[in-house]
Design a protein around this ligand. Sequence first.
Ligand code: SGN
Ligand code: CA
Length: 521
Amino acid sequence: MGLVSVGCKQKEDKQEKAEEHVRPNIVFIMSDDHAYQAISAYGHGLNNTPNIDRIATEGAIFNRGFVTNSICAPSRAVMLTGKHSHINGKVDNIQEFDWDQENFAKSLQKSGYQTAMVGKIHLDGLPQGFHYSNVLPGQGQYYNPDFIENGVKKQYQGYVTSVTTDIALDWLNNKREKDKPFLLLYHQKAPHRTWMPEAKYFSLFKDKDFTPPANFFDDYKGREAAAKHEMGIYEHMDLVYDLKMLDKEGEIKTKYRNAFQGQYNRMDSIQKLAWDAHYDPIISNFKGEKLEGEALALWKYNRYMQDYLSTIQSVDDGVGEVLDYLEANGLAENTIIVYTSDQGFYLGEHGWFDKRFMYEESFRTPLLMKYPKEIKAGTVIDELVQNLDFAPTFLDYAGVDIASDIQGESFRGLVNGNQKEWRDAIYYGYYEFPGEHHVKRHYGVRTDRYKLIHFYYDIDTWELYDLEKDPSEMHNVYDDPDYSNIRVNMHKKLEELRLKYKDSDSLDQVNLERYLKAKQG
Ligand code: SGN
Ligand code: CA
């Protein structure tokens, strides 16, 4: 009797091992503020990202990947929980995130996955759901950054993007149990403000002139909330802090000069030498030219693009290193790789940098995905997918139950071609106002063709866009009689989604009070 039961146990163990073997590994790559316009696979012609592009050519590219709330920490909370901000409680960058709630990494960990979180998380407190975490405190620093390894702070020498990649590779290579499936969250700080490039890419875009978007000199007619922004490249970018004009003579005095001096001071003498060799000639040219008006606006735009795109090059290198590691170790076939950003970003559209608005450039986010076992190379997905869907999608692939209170949907069937029915509208809510960059609170709905937005709190305006005729969202047609039926239908859609996702004006009020309290405290 005893012998028989031992035999059964061994058989079960073997089966379990075999099952573990087929469950896919997941490498979830997220960068910070990476505009889809700055990934060559999306075809905008600004830069070359060959490694990120590999994910799309060997897998799928999503043309309509969106977030639910275009700002960093809330986006990460949505990604982890599969729930909208008003439900998971992290509605803005200021409030505390409740790590005690369920997240998909915890579920995978419980089901036998090895789990790690490396890089920018922007959620205070020890990350829960991970065997290993090594994360940046808050926004992190570009040079010689601090990290918090399993709760303990230490400083690393080097450039943040490569340090993050090294930590991720070290975990893959040396720190996980290799007979178990794994989940790696590999999340870069770059290309977040203040866009400090790695020395090897200083010359890549050095004297390059870019063509600004057609609406760079936007007048915001018919868009009252947009007119009140504080995210203009011309009006709000700081010459020193954002554009690196830290002259040795101290003549360029700006509001945030000291803050940037602090970033510069983190560099060691060799790093400073390389930095100065690149920036000093640009600074002296700038001082000599005495630009004003439109010429200054265009100079600022080019300066911004040169640095922003350079930081992306290092992100792309890191993706290449991780892809190479997976291939070299026989893991490429059974690993799901996702590349995305916590939101999109403005590269001069409407004259802006930053994000937050529900307009396309910041509402949309890049999304590329590879899983050779199920996804055909060259797949293009045009359906409306959101960061709300990551948690259920990963749980689905791992064969773990998707809890009924998760609000997103698995897009596994969509991307492998088995599922034909999909949602026809997505919901959005932005809360961080009063706040940096002055973007009013708003919520809205987007369908394949139309978008309805309501700005509220200290303003009460509605905007409606026909994205087919007006993809740049320059013409608010809310009061246009030709669109009266569309307007009625979009209002109906919006109410349906608010009901579906359990959002309401009273909840907005609760969140507002919590936000103002957290801001004071
Ligand atoms: C910082 C930036 C802002 C940016 C927010 C949010 N200012 O506060 O420009 O909008 O982060 O970005 S900075 O002076 O600190 O660079 S997010 O990606 O973290 O949401
Ligand atoms: Ca961000």
